[in-house]
Design a protein around this ligand. Structure first.
Ligand SMILES: Cc1cc2nc3c(=O)[nH]c(=O)nc-3n(C[C@H](O)[C@H](O)[C@H](O)COP(=O)(O)O)c2cc1C
Length: 185
């Protein structure tokens, strides 16, 4: 029997309804189902707010895992869960709502929590190397007018670098621009 495609769906729009990036993400997943793929989908909705990294988190993260005390373990628990969700997936589908020419604050919080030295990347011969290789990433981008990959889109290039830092890459992207125009006119 073929293994199901393991998808991690990450939604980052602050809107839970009438969100174009969520609609795009829905359509990609529905399309895969229609094509007869068996899917195992984990949903991480970043609208349920994540904490910022802080001094305790940085200290715990800088401590080798063999030396973690109970406090370090507690501090890194959510980050470990989020990293585990990426680890378990073969495909990431990331809904990106463009806010002020960049990603939403919630998506940045997630990225800060999942980029972990010795877990998601390591320094090899002085250069960073992603440890989460071979994953596909589909970006579902929605903006009110800023064109995808234009010189005022500071989201797509940044996400590309983030994915490369994990050892993966953006394999497909779907974009909707002028969403505000569609809503307002
Ligand atoms: C706080 C905020 C900032 C925004 N900044 C931009 C922007 O810089 N450029 C742009 O084209 N659209 C901007 N928009 C419009 C959104 O990108 C657009 O509504 C898009 O559809 C958001 O995705 P969503 O529908 O999934 O929430 C902004 C919207 C909000 C709420």
């Amino acid at each position: 029997m073929t293994q199901p495609m393991k998808i991690l769906r990450v939604d980052s729009s602050a809107k839970t309804e009438n969100s174009e990036s969520r609609r795009l993400t829905d359509r990609i997943i529905d399309g895969l189902k229609t094509n007869g793929k068996s899917l195992d989908v984990t949903v991480r909705d970043l609208n349920q707010s994540l904490p910022q990294v802080n001094t305790a988190w940085i200290e715990a993260n800088n401590t080798p895992s063999d030396d973690h005390n109970d406090e370090h373990k507690k501090t890194l628990a959510l980050s470990n869960t989020l990293v585990g969700e990426i680890e378990a997936a073969d495909t990431l589908i990331i809904g990106v709502a463009l806010y002020n020419f960049s990603i939403t604050a919630s998506l940045k919080l997630w990225i800060d929590l999942v980029c972990r030295a010795r877990k998601t990347f390591a320094y090899v011969d002085g250069s960073p190397k992603g440890l989460m290789t071979g994953k596909k990433a589909i970006i579902c981008f929605a903006s009110g007018g800023t064109p995808f990959e234009s010189n005022i889109d500071f989201a797509s290039g940044y996400l590309d670098i983030f994915l490369v830092s994990l050892g993966s890459q953006m394999s497909h992207s779907f974009q909707l621009t002028s969403t505000s125009w569609m809503i307002n006119h």
